[in-house]
Design a protein around this ligand. Structure first.
Ligand SMILES: [Zn+2]
Length: 395
C-alpha cells in the first residue's frame, strides 16, 4: 500500500524527471487557449484550454497556466477535433489535400475518383498529403468518367480491382460503386455484387452512391452489410430513402440497425434537395456522417467548404454537437485507419480544427438551385495537424 506521503514524493520526483533534460524548455509545444471545446467523443462542451506536446494532445483542462512555445488564442471560437471528411475528390491533384486542410480537414477519404487504372497515381497523392488521406477504389477500372463509368460493365473488373487493392493495402480502405442510372444504367445490382466480390477477401466496406437509380432502395439496401456506407442519403426521388409521401422505407431503418452507415455527400448534382432533406431529418433519421463530396469545381458555389456543408445541417435543425460528431468521431469510426482521429482525448494525435460560428444571414443552396437563409454559419479559422499549425484558411 502506498501512503499519501509516498505517493506525493513519487509524483514530485516524476515531475522533476520530466523537466530535467532542459530546465528552460516550455512545458508544452502549443496551447489553444480559451475556446469552446466541443468534442462529442468525450461528451465535452465547455470552455477549455488544449495543450499539445510531441504531436499529441497532452491536456484538455480549464485555465492551463503552464508555458508553451506557441499559443493560439481561441477565445470566442469553437475548438473541435480535426475534421474527417469521408467523401471528397481530393486525390485528383497534388494540391487537393492541402486545400482540404485549409477547411480544417485533417483526415479524408477520396471516394472513388480512381479505379484500378489510376489508383497508383492517386495513392501517391494520398501518401504525399499533409493530412491523413485514404482512398475508396472505384469498382470501374476507369474511376469516375463523364457519360458513366459503368455503362460498359466490362469495366467493373473484380480481378483488376483486387490486384489494385493488394498493391495499396495501406491506402485503399474500401470500394466505391456509383449506382445512379446515368452511371450504370439498369445494372446497379450487378455493379454492387461485383464491388462486394472485390471487397470480400480484404474485408473492406463498400460505399454505394445512391440516388436516381434503376432499382429502388428497397431492393438495394437489404444487400448491404454491416460497415457498408450509403452516400448521398438525401438524394431526391426517383428512388430516394423515402416514399412518395416522404416516409422512410422500413428497409432504411433495418439497414441502420444492421450497422449500415448513412452519409450526406453534398456534391453538385442530384445529391441533396431541401424537401427530401427536411422529410428525412424531421423523422429523426439523422446522418451518421456529414461529408462534402467536393471537387475543385464545387469550391466556389454549392459546397464551398466543409464548414459550409455542416452549417446546412444547423439550418435543418440538427444540434451543434451532433453536427460536430458527424464531422469528427462518427466519421473516424467508419474506417480503421482513422481509429485514433476525431477526438481530443489525451494521447491522440494533435489534430484540431478551430472554427468560428457566426450569426447573421447566410444563403445555403441544395443541388437544385433551392436557396435557404440560415442564421448561423461555421467558418474555418485555424487548423492544427500533428501538433503543428497548418497554413491559414482563405479569407
Ligand atoms: Zn463523390
Amino acid at each position: 500500500m502506498i501512503t499519501r506521503r509516498q505517493f506525493c514524493a513519487t509524483t514530485a520526483s516524476a515531475a522533476i524527471l520530466v523537466r530535467a533534460p532542459n530546465a528552460f524548455a516550455a512545458t508544452y509545444d502549443m496551447i489553444i487557449k480559451g475556446g469552446r471545446v466541443i468534442d462529442p467523443s468525450l461528451g465535452l462542451d465547455a470552455t477549455r484550454d488544449v495543450a499539445i506536446a510531441g504531436g499529441r494532445i497532452a491536456a484538455v483542462e480549464a485555465n492551463i497556466t503552464a508555458d508553451a512555445t506557441e499559443t493560439v488564442d481561441a477565445r470566442g471560437k469553437l475548438v473541435v477535433p480535426g475534421l474527417v471528411d469521408i467523401h471528397v475528390h481530393a486525390a485528383r491533384s497534388k494540391e487537393g489535400p492541402a486545400l482540404a486542410l485549409t477547411d480544417g480537414v485533417t483526415a479524408w477519404v477520396d471516394a472513388g475518383s480512381a479505379g484500378a487504372d489510376r489508383i497508383d497515381e492517386m495513392a501517391a497523392v494520398a501518401r504525399g498529403a499533409p493530412n491523413l488521406g485514404r482512398l475508396l477504389i472505384n469498382i470501374a477500372r476507369t474511376g469516375i468518367i463523364a457519360g458513366g463509368e459503368l455503362m460498359d460493365m466490362s469495366r467493373a473488373d473484380v480481378g483488376l480491382a483486387r490486384g489494385a487493392i493488394a498493391r495499396h493495402r495501406d491506402i485503399v480502405v474500401g470500394i466505391k460503386a456509383r449506382l445512379s442510372a446515368d452511371v450504370v444504367g439498369e445494372n446497379d445490382l450487378e455493379a454492387l455484387r461485383r464491388a462486394q466480390e472485390a471487397a470480400a477477401p480484404f474485408n473492406l466496406p463498400v460505399m454505394i452512391h445512391m440516388g436516381q437509380s434503376f432499382s429502388p432502395m428497397r431492393a438495394i439496401l437489404p444487400l448491404l452489410k454491416r460497415g457498408d456506407i450509403v452516400t448521398h442519403m438525401l438524394a431526391p426521388p426517383p428512388n430516394a430513402i423515402v416514399d412518395d409521401k416522404g416516409r422512410l422505407f422500413p428497409e432504411v431503418l433495418a439497414a441502420r440497425r444492421r450497422g449500415v452507415w448513412f452519409d450526406i455527400a453534398n456534391g453538385r448534382n442530384g445529391h441533396i434537395r431541401w424537401d427530401t432533406a427536411e422529410q428525412v431529418i424531421r423523422q429523426g433519421f439523422l446522418p451518421d456522417t456529414i461529408s462534402t463530396d467536393w471537387n475543385t469545381e464545387s469550391r466556389t458555389t454549392g459546397v464551398i467548404d466543409f464548414a459550409n456543408v455542416m452549417s446546412k445541417f444547423l439550418h435543418l435543425g440538427m444540434p451543434l454537437d451532433k453536427v460536430i460528431a458527424c464531422a469528427t468521431v462518427n466519421a473516424a469510426r467508419m474506417f480503421e485507419a482513422f481509429n485514433d482521429r476525431g477526438t481530443l482525448n489525451v494521447g491522440a494525435p494533435a489534430d484540431v480544427a478551430v472554427l468560428e460560428l457566426r450569426d447573421g444571414n447566410f444563403e445555403f443552396v441544395d443541388n437544385y438551385e433551392g436557396k435557404r437563409t440560415g442564421k448561423q454559419r461555421l467558418f474555418p479559422s485555424a487548423t492544427v495537424i500533428g501538433g503543428k499549425r497548418a497554413p491559414a484558411p482563405r479569407a
